[in-house]
Write a protein that binds this ligand. Sequence first.
Ligand code: PLP
Length: 333
Amino acid sequence: MQPTLADIYAAAQVIRGVADATPLVPSPFMTERGGQEFLLKLENMQPIGAFKLRGALNAVAGVKEAAGVTCCSTGNHGRGVAFAARERGMRAVICMSELVPQAKVDGIRALGAEVRIAGRSQDDALAESQRLVAEDGLVEISPFDDPLVIAGQGTIGLEIMTKRPDLDTLLVPLSGGGLAAGVALAAKAIKPQIRVVGITMERGAAMYESLRAGRPVEVEEVASLADSLGGGIGMQNRLSFPMCRDLLDEVVLVSEEEIYRAMQVLYYEDRIVAEGACVVGLAAVLNGKVTLSGPTATIVTGRNLDMEMFTRIVTGQDVKLGDVTVKGVPYGQ
Ligand SMILES: *Cc1c(COP(=O)(O)O)cnc(C)c1O
């Protein structure tokens, strides 16, 4: 049931030429601040602007006969599924909650997929997706709890380790855990002593709370600068929860203020435009929440952000997130 390294190699063949071989580049600023060589895997450069294309291509390729595909999504998985379905001439219906930023919804529609906005949480979006499975005969593709999706995301780990087998630590943004499960599986199969750290935001950390409880638990879903890390892990989680439990060395939380600052760092120091979800690894290092002991890499997972909000952050203005305000600070102060 759980994917293996062989499944990840198979996924690499499926996605080849479409979603593979993104650059792994040094960050001189983070190398200086972290005291160890620090590398960025640029998944923001994928055709859909996020790594989720890997898992989506692999999973949609595994759908044999169906009226089409459907999924719930915080935005990027839906975009990946829409892209993959369009390549195969399949119908795609993407279900999302009202929390998903408009920029992501627009990107999905532009790929020709149907969009359903359902409720205020990932769970509501999932319920709508499951209704479509029952009523329209669509096949559901989970954003993280699917062996083909996990194997697809695992190809990132394969590419990183092939390029840098000497890597000591991998810092992986963590939400439903498909990315962390796949990357940790690949990395540890190749180098068992590597340290893999999952990083997520304090606000609504479903996998973190579930790992602490020893079983999937529900958390309240709230707005975050790392909107791609929102949502639960599913009370019926079969794969990504046990894999994260067994493969991650630790899970670290960062605050909204720390994410805000790290987005400025990635922009001003590395000149990269990326979502809040991408910078949690940088935020953890910059705030002393992980100590590095050798060459380190993190994954810049996506670039699909609301540019108005991003402009506020790089110019140091306050950002309102539902009921809280993240206090603005100009960069360098
Ligand atoms: C989905 C996503 C993540 C987290 O991936 P999981 O497999 O859900 O843990 C991180 N960053 C971005 C940009 C994403 O879209």
